[in-house]
Design a protein around this ligand. Structure first.
Ligand code: HEM
Length: 394
């Protein structure tokens, strides 16, 4: 079996489950070479991914959670500052605390009626046409509107910002990536001006007035937070919905099971789709000291990469892991990560997913894929780029 978890081509048809399977069985802590010669340890077992994600003192998120080390030019853009995703406690904890209350389960639940209304609008708009691109017209609409509302921005701007994150996450040419980053940066600067002048009941205004160690966030710190929130909540949710619909259509019996009691079964169905599709492929850490994972010695300074999609199909944790079983309970999947960085937006994401699935199955019947979906060729984010479907409006 040829193993290459670094090559974006390996993800051309979604997660490379055949490679994950071989690795879990034969080399669960595998040295993956990279073109720059540096290489990293690839983890594919549930228990290793879980343990490393929680042990932030041995496995640091600094200087970045991407496999490639940061580009010094990108760093300069923000005066050497970083996103909290790429920090360790205690600095990470201080920043996360600034937005924690917006993202609790209770706070997310207060938004549920609004999310439901958005999903109804999105589905209502496409239903009469009988066909659409599920990714563009349904799955991508939801998270971009939600983020825009959270940030107190016009919905159309949410769409624009989300398009920019797509460029950042796909294997775009470096010049396009730089252009997309500067466009976001420009937009963020406008937000700073407007929200300082006219603060509202939104996270952008809250972040600008928050105090960190007795001082306000500076512009670079705000911009990085802004980018993180736009970036983390957009195509993750979209890709779960896109990949999730493909998985459902491949298992029509599961759709029937779900529709037989949509409200009662949505919860376990959504968790199973998260397990099965795992939209975030990996997060990377760096060993702070010599250590071991299983029988493998890890040297201080080496990179360690957690493959969430592989952990989610580990047979020692999940019975018949390659089977989509919407009734699976309990379901301890790790699609949102765990430990100090465990997904901040997970409660909101769950409600977004539920709202779209609820209105999808309440509004459309006989959904069919009309052309082979194209997957993102990315080793970081897994999901279909396009998913043309046709259907009958109920
Ligand atoms: C299906 C949708 C989503 C998935 C699969 C997902 C997955 C993840 C994963 C795997 C991480 C890293 C966890 C770790 O390192 O242990 C993460 C972090 C994060 N997510 Fe999500 N996410 C989703 C939706 C969202 C949404 C809707 C938001 C916000 C509106 C969001 C905001 C964040 C933030 C801010 C972080 C960084 C947390 C930190 O560093 O403390 N995510 N997410």
């Amino acid at each position: 079996m040829e193993i290459n978890l670094f090559a974006p081509e390996s993800f051309r048809a979604g997660h490379p489950h055949d490679q994950y399977h071989w690795l879990r069985e034969n080399a669960p802590v595998f040295w993956q070479q990279t073109a720059d010669g540096e290489g990293y340890w690839a983890l594919t077992r549930y228990r290793d991914v879980f343990a490393v994600d929680r042990d932030f003192s041995t496995f640091s998120s600094e200087p970045t959670v991407m496999i490639a080390d940061p580009d010094p030019a990108g760093d300069m853009l923000f005066g050497g500052r970083k996103m909290m995703l790429m920090m360790d406690p205690p600095q990470h904890t201080l920043l996360r605390r600034l937005v924690r209350t917006t993202f609790t389960r209770e706070a997310a639940l207060t938004r549920a009626p609004r999310l439901d209304q958005l999903a109804r609008q999105i589905l209502g708009k496409v239903a009469p046409s009988g066909a659409c691109d599920f990714v563009e017209d349904i799955a991508g609409e939801m998270p971009s509107y939600v983020i825009a509302e959270l940030m107190g921005l016009p919905p159309e701007d949410g769409r624009q910002l989300y398009r920019l994150t797509e460029i950042l996450h796909s294997a775009s040419p470096p010049s396009e990536i730089v252009a997309a980053l500067s466009a976001m940066f420009e937009y963020g600067r406008e937000v700073i001006k407007q929200k300082r002048a006219h603060p509202g009941e939104d996270i952008a205004s809250a972040l600008l007035s928050a105090e960190l160690d007795g001082r306000k966030l500076d512009d670079a710190e705000f911009l990085l937070f802004f980018l993180l929130l736009i970036d983390a909540g957009g195509d993750t949710t979209r890709n779960l919905l896109g990949a999730g619909l493909i998985a459902l259509l491949e298992n029509p019996d599961q759709i029937e099971w779900l529709k037989a009691d949509l409200e009662g079964r949505l919860g376990s169905a959504r968790e199973e789709l998260l397990r099965y599709c795992a939209p975030v492929v990996y997060m990377r850490r760096r060993a702070t000291k010599d250590t071991r994972i299983g029988d493998t010695e890890i040297r201080a300074g080496q990179k360690v990469v957690m493959y969430f999609g592989a952990a989610n199909r580990d047979p020692s944790e999940f019975e018949a892991p390659d089977r989509l079983d919407l009734s699976r309970t309990p379901n301890g999947h790790i699609a949102f990560g765990t430990g100090p960085h465990g997904c901040l937006g997970q409660h909101l994401a769950r409600l977004e997913i539920d709202a779209v699935l609820r209105h999808l199955f309440a509004t459309l019947d006989d959904i069919e894929i009309t052309a082979p979906p194209q997957w993102l060729s990315s080793n970081f984010i897994a999901g279909p780029k396009t998913l043309p479907i046709r259907f009958r409006a109920r």
